[in-house]
Design a protein around this ligand. Structure first.
Ligand code: FES
Length: 81
């Protein structure tokens, strides 16, 4: 079943399981997911429209659509969902 997953992070999460840290992708654009490969640099920074949602192509390399959602369109999960 296809799914649309919204990610809003513009950078990785640092995990330190030992003396060598691992950077886990939190933006969803990495070609080496779940490891960050620096692709987050293409995420829009200083977003002029905080309501914009960017839809990427299947390769996660190019924005193919920009949607502007109103607050009513934001999904709020119910308990148990
Ligand atoms: S956080 Fe996704 S590529 Fe770096």
């Amino acid at each position: 079943m296809p799914r649309i997953v919204k990610l809003s992070a513009n950078g990785p999460i640092k995990i330190e399981p030992s003396d060598k840290p691992v950077w886990v992708c939190a933006c969803g654009l990495s070609q080496r997911f779940p490891i960050c490969d620096g692709s987050h640099k293409q995420c829009p920074h200083n977003e002029p429209n905080p309501g914009a949602v960017y839809i990427y192509d299947d390769a996660r390399t190019r924005v193919v659509e920009t949607r502007v959602e109103t607050p009513a369109q934001h999904h709020k999960p119910t308990p148990g969902e």
